[in-house]
Design a protein around this ligand. Structure first.
Ligand SMILES: [Zn+2]
Length: 249
């Protein structure tokens, strides 16, 4: 069975890399986690999440045991995932990079911004989770810098995809968020913050050419039938969808 997943056009054209962003559809969970929830932390039975993760892994040609994820903390730390890295305990970070085809990188989302990265000249990839805190500290830029330091990636060779996340149509924020972006007031329309553009600009500042950046332009709250959305869930813990990327050897 093939899942309903979102894929970027630019990353899909790149050989040697497979990626997917899962949706709510095609899993086994019920109720508010219906149906492809990939988080163990939102009250969904473990066996459901196990099966959903098997299906998510399959969407990038990987096995459940090949998935490498993180305990996401809304920061800018980056973990370099080595071939022998153990999946547990998960590193506390919001960005993963690797050159190992044995590992499928996976992060979890419900309104925060997925950013996937792949080098067109070197076989290296990255994945980033950036809500408002991560976007404020330019987590996507930190991942670009880490790819350069760890693997010698030139930012000009990177392709980037900015995935489904709560959009500027819906993301009304409070004063704490406005303050965190005091250096970038142009990202707001009234009290609404544009996380997609914040991440696009963070990538450009880090040296990624604008023509190498694809923005999905999909709002998770507007499309909460297709994507888990924290805001659309009215205070109940939302399920999580996954962004996955893997080097295909
Ligand atoms: Zn919206």
């Amino acid at each position: 069975m093939s899942l309903d997943v979102f894929r970027f056009e630019n990353l899909s054209r790149l050989t040697g890399v497979v990626h997917a962003i899962t949706t709510r559809h095609g899993g086994v969970s019920e109720g508010r986690c219906e149906s492809l929830n990939v988080s163990y932390l939102v009250g969904d039975p473990t066996e459901n999440v196990d099966e959903n993760l098997r299906r998510a892994a399959d969407s990038v040609g990987a096995r459940r045991d090949d998935l490498f994820s993180a305990y996401q903390v809304h920061g800018r730390a980056v973990t370099l995932v080595e071939p022998e890295a153990q999946p547990e305990p998960r590193p506390r970070c919001d960005a993963l990079i690797t050159r190992s085809p044995e590992k499928a990188l996976m992060l979890r989302y419900a309104d925060c911004t997925p950013v996937l990265l792949a080098d067109t000249r070197r076989s290296v990839i990255g994945a980033v989770h950036a809500g408002w805190r991560g976007s404020a500290v330019r987590a996507a830029g930190a991942a670009v810098e880490a790819l350069g330091q760890a693997f010698g990636s030139d930012p000009r060779d990177l392709l980037a995809g900015i995935g489904p996340a709560i959009g500027p149509c819906c993301y009304e924020v409070g004063e704490d968020v406005v303050t965190a972006f005091a250096d970038r007031p142009w990202l707001f329309a009234g009290k609404r913050l544009d996380l997609w553009e914040a991440n696009r600009q963070a990538l450009i500042e880090a040296g990624v050419p604008s023509e190498h950046i694809e923005v999905a332009g999909v709002c998770t709250q507007c499309q909460s039938e297709r994507f888990f959305s924290h805001r659309a869930n009215g205070g109940q813990p939302a399920g999580r969808f996954a962004a996955l990327i893997r080097l295909a050897c």
